[in-house]
Design a protein around this ligand. Structure first.
Ligand SMILES: Cc1cc2nc3c(=O)[nH]c(=O)nc-3n(C[C@H](O)[C@H](O)[C@H](O)COP(=O)(O)OP(=O)(O)OC[C@H]3O[C@@H](n4cnc5c(N)ncnc54)[C@H](O)[C@@H]3O)c2cc1C
Length: 369
């Protein structure tokens, strides 16, 4: 397929990495990224920590907080001035999934589960700490050589560097105390060091923190060739991945500015809508992994007793990019379908939407927004 059209759901670091790698590795690929939340900064996906003005920073965080933001808080009976992170509200920039009002998820066993709904996802709010997984944190079925190469690629995409603030006298003193206390017990090759972080040190000693913007890189550089093949649509909530048999044919999405529901045809769909909403979207689309004895396949956010039973964390983690698997990124050029390359998009009336709309509405009722 010479000019595949790829729909990506979610603009966080994972969706952005897929967009970048696919566009860079396939010279004809066009990527359209759908993001349910608003764009917060002039540069799409930039970390809100780079916003200097405290008021503007607070506003950007609030815009990411979905149904719990602004006036909606009062409607839920939460006093507007109350900020009790993890109780009434999640950490700023994020919103609880189970917040108790209309459209809330139902997660009584996971009440503090939170998400961010904005361009850049949690990547616009994260702390940027990037310690490398080691020992049991590594994924055992990925061969060492491939792991090393993927880690190097990930560090490059995120602008990771290991010597941030290494010249801080306070940091040096803390490291030396830690080394005295723990240095001798650490395994060979490991020692007390600076924490790797994702960002670009500035000449004045400050840091420009990395968000999804650095992962997107040339895709959001004005007039770059890659930017001409990339489109980001904010406030566009994907309701369903459309299927023909077992093959994804595109996505149905709602323009949250106009309320219009449309179908976007794509040759491949990447779901990168976070650890909660990816499985939820898959479920709403009728995509489930094969049931195994003793396994329950319902995504979190859906009440036990809803379709499929109760949530299982392990089924969440395996569904990050289910339609294009990680290995497929490198094989995208082998997709073959003569219909690629055309802009194939059509508005979908409610009547035409029929059952699909009803299913999507059910998902919203169960807790999407
Ligand atoms: C405050 C904070 C600090 C953190 N600090 C660190 C840290 O120091 N180090 C670290 O490694 N990790 C950290 N994390 C976690 C890290 O940010 C996340 O693991 C990472 O962002 C996940 O990336 P993602 O792309 O999978 O999901 P997200 O970044 O959550 O992005 C998913 C996006 O999908 C969108 N979406 C969901 N459903 C739909 C839909 N149906 N249609 C359209 N769009 C949809 C969402 O709005 C969201 O923007 C932190 C997170 C937070 C909130």
């Amino acid at each position: 397929m010479s000019q595949p059209i790829i729909a990506i759901v979610g603009s966080g670091p994972i969706g952005s990495a897929y967009a970048r790698v696919l566009i860079e590795q396939h010279p004809g690929a066009r990527v359209v990224m759908f993001e349910a939340g608003p764009q917060l900064t002039g540069i799409p996906g930039e970390s809100v920590r780079n916003i200097q003005d405290p008021e503007a920073k607070a506003q950007a965080r609030e815009k990411s907080q979905g149904p719990q933001a602004g006036a909606y808080r009062a409607a839920l009976g939460i006093p507007e001035a109350t900020v009790t992170e993890g109780m009434f509200t999640a950490r700023q920039g994020t919103h609880l999934l189970d917040f108790g009002g209309p459209g809330s998820a139902h997660a009584p066993s996971f009440p503090a589960a939170a998400a961010a709904t904005n361009v850049g996802g949690q990547g616009a709010h994260w702390t940027c700490a990037t310690p490398e997984p080691a020992f049991s944190e590594k994924i055992p079925f990925i061969p060492e050589e491939e792991w090393e190469s993927l880690m190097a690629q990930a560090k490059g995409l995120l602008h990771v560097q290991g010597e941030a603030f290494a010249d801080s006298a306070v940091g040096g003193a803390i490291r030396s105390l830690l080394d005295e206390e723990f240095g001798a017990e650490l395994p060979d090759g490991y020692g007390v060091g600076t924490l790797p972080v994702a960002g670009d040190p500035q000449e004045d000693g400050s840091m420009r923190w990395a968000g999804a913007d650095v992962v997107l890189g040339p895709l959001i550089e004005p007039r770059s060739e890659q930017a001409s093949r990339f489109e980001l649509r904010d406030l566009s909530l994907v309701l369903r991945i459309e299927l023909e048999g077992q093959r994804a044919t595109g996505v149905s999405y709602k323009d949250l500015r106009t309320g219009q529901i449309s179908f976007f045809a794509a040759d491949a769909v990447v779901v990168a809508a976070d650890a909660f909403r990816s499985p939820q979207l898959l479920w709403a689309s009728g995509i489930r992994h094969r049931a195994r004895p003793g396994s329950r396949t319902c995504p979190p956010g859906v009440e036990p007793g809803g379709p499929g039973g109760g949530g299982q964390p392990h089924s969440v983690l395996r569904t990050r990019a289910p339609v294009l698997r990680a290995g497929d990124v490198f094989r995208i050029h082998s997709l073959s379908d003569g219909s690629a390359g055309r802009a194939r998009e059509q508005p979908m009336g409610l009547r035409q939407h029929g059952l699909r709309h009803a299913q999507a509405a059910a998902v919203r009722r169960r807790g999407k927004f």
